[in-house]
Design a protein around this ligand. Structure first.
Ligand code: FE2
Ligand code: FE2
Length: 341
C-alpha cells in the first residue's frame, strides 16, 4: 500500500474536500503538521473519491512505522490536499508523534510564530478531542499532557505581540465545542501573559479555560456539536453546574478552575446564570473567562449569528458593559490587549 503515494495518485481520482471533522471513525490531521522524511507511528490515510463513486473512501497512504517521504508531501501540497486522516484507535500514537514534532519545532529559532502556534494548536485540538471523548476523563496522563501543552503555549507567549497575533488569527470556529475551548484557552494564555500573570497561575487558568465547557460533553462526542448549538439557545442550560461537578471529581484541580466552569456565564449585574451573582461574588478567574468566552463566541458566530470582526465584538461588549456585565478592570485590559494585536 505504501506505493500508493509513489505511483497511484492520478487525476482519475478526485480527492474529496476535507470537512475538517470526524467522519466514520477517521479523524483529519492537517498535512502541515507532518514532518518530511520522518517515520510515522500510525497509519496515515487520504480521502479519495473515484469518478462515478458517490461516497468518498479512505485509502491507506503510508503504513504505520514507515517514513513519510518529503516527495509525497510535495505531491499532496501540489494537489492542494490539506488533510491526512487517521483511525480514532490510533489517536494516542498520533499525539505521541505530534509531541515529538513539537520537541523539534518549538525550540527552533528558524521557525516563525505561525508555524509554532499552528502545530501547538493542532496538537491541542486533537488532545482535547481525545480528552473529551475518553471513558475516564481527567486521568493523570491526560492532565500531565494538558499541562505540558499549556506550558508550551505560555512559553511561546513570551515572544510577545507576534505570538498574540498568531493566536488571534489561528482560532477556528464552526460550533464545535473543542474548537471553542482551545480558542478560549489560547486566547486566555495570551491575555494573562499580557497582564503579567506568572507561569503557575497562567497554567492553572489555561487548564480551567480549556475545560470550562466540559459540562456540555456528558453526551457522546458526536453529539457535542448539536448539543453546543442547542445550549447556545438555552440560557438556563445546566452545563456550568454539571461542569463544576465533573471537575470536582478530578483530583488536584484548584478551586478557581472549578469556579471557572461554574461561573463563566454569570454577569456582573446579576443577570447571568446559574447563580445570578453580582460582580463581587464572582471568582476573578471566572470574570476573566466571561470576557474571553463572549469575545470568542461573537467573533466565531453563534448558532444563528454571523461572526463579527474584532472591532465590532468590542463595540457590542462595550454596550453590554453599560449594564456592568463584565469586570471593568479586566475588560479595560482586554480592550488594550486586542488593540495591541
Ligand atoms: Fe459555557
Ligand atoms: Fe464557553
Amino acid at each position: 500500500m505504501r506505493q500508493f503515494l509513489d505511483h497511484d495518485l492520478k487525476s482519475s481520482r478526485v480527492i474529496a474536500p476535507a470537512i475538517g471533522e470526524e467522519k466514520g471513525g477517521f479523524i483529519p490531521l492537517p498535512l502541515r503538521d507532518v514532518r518530511p522524511d520522518v517515520e510515522i507511528p500510525f497509519e496515515a490515510l487520504i480521502k479519495v473519491k473515484t469518478k462515478g463513486e458517490t461516497e468518498p473512501r479512505f485509502i491507506p497512504a503510508c503504513p504505520q512505522g514507515e517514513v513519510f517521504k518529503g516527495e509525497w508531501l510535495q505531491k499532496l501540497q501540489a494537489l492542494e490536499i490539506q488533510w491526512l486522516y487517521y483511525s480514532q484507535d490510533d489517536e494516542l500514537r498520533v499525539l505521541e508523534y505530534l509531541d515529538h514534532c513539537l520537541e523539534k519545532v518549538l525550540p527552533d529559532d528558524d521557525r516563525g510564530p505561525e508555524e509554532k502556534v499552528n502545530l501547538l494548536y493542532d496538537t491541542t485540538l486533537i488532545f482535547v478531542r481525545n480528552f473529551f471523548s475518553a471513558e475516564e476523563m481527567g486521568s493523570a496522563p491526560q492532565m500531565f499532557r494538558a499541562l505540558r501543552l499549556i506550558d508550551n503555549m505560555f512559553d511561546l507567549m513570551k515572544g510577545g505581540v507576534d505570538y498574540y497575533r498568531s493566536i488571534l488569527d489561528i482560532r477556528r470556529h464552526g460550533h464545535v465545542l473543542y474548537n471553542h475551548c482551545i480558542n478560549v484557552c489560547f486566547l486566555g494564555l495570551a491575555f494573562v501573559s499580557f497582564m503579567g500573570w506568572d507561569a503557575k497561575k497562567a497554567q492553572d487558568f489555561g487548564l480551567g479555560a480549556m475545560l470550562h465547557d466540559i459540562g456540555l460533553i456528558h453526551l457522546k462526542p458526536e453529539l457535542v456539536d448539536k448539543h453546543a448549538r442547542k445550549s447556545a439557545l438555552r440560557p438556563t442550560d445546566s452545563h456550568p453546574a454539571l461542569g463544576y461537578k465533573m471537575l470536582s471529581n478530578m483530583p488536584g484541580l484548584r478551586r478557581e478552575v472549578r469556579y471557572m466552569a461554574l461561573q463563566h456565564h454569570e454577569n456582573g449585574d446579576g443577570s447571568g446564570y446559574p447563580g445570578g451573582l453580582k460582580i463581587n461574588a464572582i471568582d476573578p478567574w471566572a470574570r476573566v473567562l466571561r470576557i474571553l468566552d463572549h469575545y470568542d463566541t461573537l467573533t466565531g458566530g453563534g448558532a444563528d449569528k454571523r461572526p463579527v470582526s474584532s472591532k465590532e465584538a468590542l463595540r457590542e461588549m462595550a454596550a453590554l458593559q453599560e449594564r456592568k456585565t463584565f469586570d471593568l478592570n479586566y475588560f479595560m485590559n482586554f480592550i488594550k490587549f486586542i488593540g495591541k494585536t
